[in-house]
Design a protein around this ligand. Structure first.
Ligand code: HEC
Ligand code: HEC
Length: 309
């Protein structure tokens, strides 16, 4: 309330609003006093406006029923402005706000669904994945919170991993998936050009070597030259390029690419490094929803017979 009186603009808006409503009252009241003017020499008084040759605008007061509606509207407006926010920054005596209402509704739904989630939480993620009601809920959660990045079919896009192909940056077991949803992921690969010699030819050679790891189209002599320089990459991607789950460095030998796998994308990664983040959803979703989501995601990449629907 103190805030309301100390805020000049808010006060200005509030006073203007109240004055406007009072002015409406006054106008209506003045109208209620007006009488139908008596005819002068048998001619009814009019405003003098004539349309379509013979349509005269009379000067009668507005009808009573209309006036009463007008009064009711003004009173309704006043009562509304006392109860609900509308007068400057005054929050209304009911303290209603859309975000309050939203939080109340969320709390109510959470209360109703708490036993359901408690039940799911008491079960193993693979068990939850076998429950078609739970995976249907997981799918709805997925479409709401995850599909913007991973795609509505969970097949990902450039820099957003495919979640349905059973090829994982991490271990891919149910606990890993749940942990990723709750805590997010942060993948950082430093720019490596300086470490491998810094010339365009060096970068080209290592990129061809990377392509050779997955038997993708490459130039064998360039790949040969790149092989020796791959040692610095091995620290993260492993000596054979098969990746290291702990550092989040992907397997470079399986021809599954997060960035497309073209020679340009590989050179770009070496020259500029990579920085990729999966946001943490733990606070937003809570453990119950993360559990159900993990079951859904895990089920996507399982062969059909292992997840009875
Ligand atoms: C803002 C974009 C974004 C949203 C939203 C998002 N993710 Fe991700 N997610 C990513 C990125 C980027 C990665 C890859 C991080 C990396 O490179 O390590 C990722 C990785 C993952 C992984 C690990 C994949 C692997 O191969 O190991 C899982 C599982 C995952 N996300 C699930 C989800 C789920 C479930 C949701 C919804 C709650 C979600 N993501 C929402 C961007 C997003
Ligand atoms: C400090 C650890 C580290 C080093 C050293 C490193 N990388 Fe990486 N690399 C990563 C990580 C982490 C990712 C995953 C980035 C992501 O998830 O977006 C990655 C991703 C890549 C990718 C993209 C793979 C795809 O699926 O599209 C390529 C290509 C790559 N690295 C090549 C190299 C080469 C070549 C070197 C050596 C010159 C190298 N990396 C050195 C950590 C490293």
């Amino acid at each position: 309330m103190a805030d309301f009186f100390n805020n000049g603009w808010s006060l200005f808006v509030a006073i203007s609003t109240v004055l406007s409503i009072l002015a409406c009252f006054v106008v209506a009241w003045l109208q209620s006093r007006a009488k139908i003017p008596p005819p002068v020499n048998g001619v009814v008084e009019s405003t003098g406006h004539i349309w379509d040759e013979d349509l005269r605008e009379l000067n009668n007061p507005v009808p009573r029923w209309w006036l009463y509606l007008f009064y009711i509207t003004c009173v309704f407006g006043m009562v509304y402005l006392i109860l609900y926010p509308g007068l400057g920054s005054f929050s209304g005596s009911l303290e209603w706000s859309s975000s309050n209402q939203y939080s109340r509704e969320v709390a109510r739904v959470d209360e109703v669904s708490a036993p359901l989630f408690a039940d799911y939480l008491s079960k193993d993620i693979t068990q939850v994945a076998a429950n078609s009601e739970a995976t249907a809920m997981g799918e709805r959660l997925y479409l709401t919170y995850c599909s913007q990045c991973h795609g509505s079919d969970a097949r990902g896009a450039r820099s957003f991993p495919n979640l349905a192909d059973n090829d994982w940056l991490g271990s891919g077991d149910p606990a890993y998936i749940k942990n990723t949803i709750i805590n997010g992921r942060n993948a950082v690969m430093p720019a490596m050009a300086a470490a491998i010699g810094n010339t365009e030819a060096d970068v080209e050679a290592v990129a061809h070597y990377v392509l050779s790891l997955s038997d993708s189209e490459h130039d064998p002599s360039l790949a040969e030259a790149g092989n020796a320089k791959f040692a610095v990459c091995a620290a993260c991607h492993g000596p054979d390029g098969a990746g290291k789950v702990l550092v989040g460095a992907p397997n470079l030998t399986d021809d599954v690419w997060l960035y497309g796998g073209s020679i340009q994308s590989i050179k770009h990664a070496i020259n500029n490094g990579l920085n990729n983040q999966m946001p943490a959803f733990g606070d937003l979703l809570g453990e119950g929803k993360a559990h159900v989501l993990a079951a859904y995601i895990w089920s996507l990449s399982q062969p059909a017979e292992s997840t009875p629907q």
